[in-house]
Design a protein around this ligand. Structure first.
Ligand SMILES: Nc1ncnc2c1ncn2[C@@H]1O[C@H](COP(=O)(O)OP(=O)(O)O)[C@@H](O)[C@H]1O
Ligand SMILES: [Mg+2]
Length: 264
């Protein structure tokens, strides 16, 4: 193996297209190609939102100018600052209006360069109402013919709850694509584990016994981050015990170890 197959960083090289992950990625890509304006991705923590967004950005690298925003506990002024900084523009000392105009300039430049402009906001459930309103206003940047930017809002189910409130109905109506990620089925969990091992460079005999895989599928509840934690510890424990394959026993110890790690 070249590297640790069950790390917890959102590395898109490991992306496994489960039914819902595959569908979400396709709808987001398609929505952006189609200039839909507003798109959203909702899922519980650990389900793969950030990983999927990184993959999306990777796919857009040649055809779009992109900004990835993850510091969402900010005010509107900081929001503009993050966006401009991400575009390598020094926004120090600029007022809101100036930053707004600067962004408008970049959007036109991008349009003339025949590229799309995509703003991705991760952890959008944390956005303050006033900042979410600013994001909504950003989508008003458009010419008579076309939208100048596409906005992807990704977040936990709290984001969906928020968007369901009457005060956000205008924004909700503008969201053309709303994707959800759902936990892996048991069969997907098995494929996912194989997939990660393969990407990490493993090509030997199966490392996890089928009964161990079933147990992981059940106890992880199909949440990729849990699967990674359990697999990571199971492999470690089996290795320490000198076992070539992972049986149910190390998986049970791993579940204890990883739920302990989560509690801390
Ligand atoms: N479909 C997937 N394919 C490969 N790895 C995934 C997938 N979904 C989640 N993961 C892995 O699970 C962990 C949590 O994913 P992450 O993208 O951080 O979730 P979220 O942003 O929804 O909290 C990461 O290690 C990530 O690589
Ligand atoms: Mg995330």
């Amino acid at each position: 193996m070249r590297e640790q197959p069950f790390g917890v960083t959102p590395d898109p090289a490991y992306l496994y297209a489960s039914r819902t992950h595959g569908e979400a990625l396709a709808s987001l890509s398609f929505g952006i190609q189609d200039n839909r304006g507003f798109l959203a991705l909702i899922a519980e923590p650990g389900m793969g939102k950030t990983t999927l967004l990184y993959q999306l950005l990777e796919e857009l690298r040649d055809s779009a100018r992109t900004v990835f925003l993850f510091q969402t506990q900010c005010d509107s002024r900081e929001l503009f600052q993050y966006i401009l900084n991400d575009l390598n523009i020094d926004a120090r000392g600029m007022g809101l209006v100036e930053m707004h105009n600067k962004l408008n300039e970049v959007l036109f430049e991008t349009m003339f360069a025949r590229k799309r402009f995509v703003l991705v906001v991760d952890e959008a459930q944390n956005l303050d109402d006033s900042v979410l309103e600013t994001v909504r206003m950003l989508s008003n940047f458009e010419t008579h013919h076309t939208k100048l930017l596409q906005i992807v809002l990704a977040g936990q189910p709290g984001l969906a709850t928020k968007l369901a409130q009457p005060q956000w109905s205008q924004l909700r109506q503008r969201i053309a694509v709303l994707s959800h990620l759902e936990p892996f089925t048991a069969a997907e969990t098995a494929c996912y584990i194989d997939h990660r091992l393969k990407v990490a460079g493993y090509c030997g005999k199966p490392l996890f016994e089928p009964s161990a895989v079933s147990l992981i599928a059940e106890r992880s509840e199909g949440i990729p981050r849990n699967i990674n934690n359990i697999c990571y510890y199971s492999l470690l424990i089996a290795y320490v015990l000198g076992d070539g394959t992972v049986t149910e026993e190390p998986v049970l110890s791993a579940i204890e170890a990883s739920s302990f790690a989560r509690r801390r």
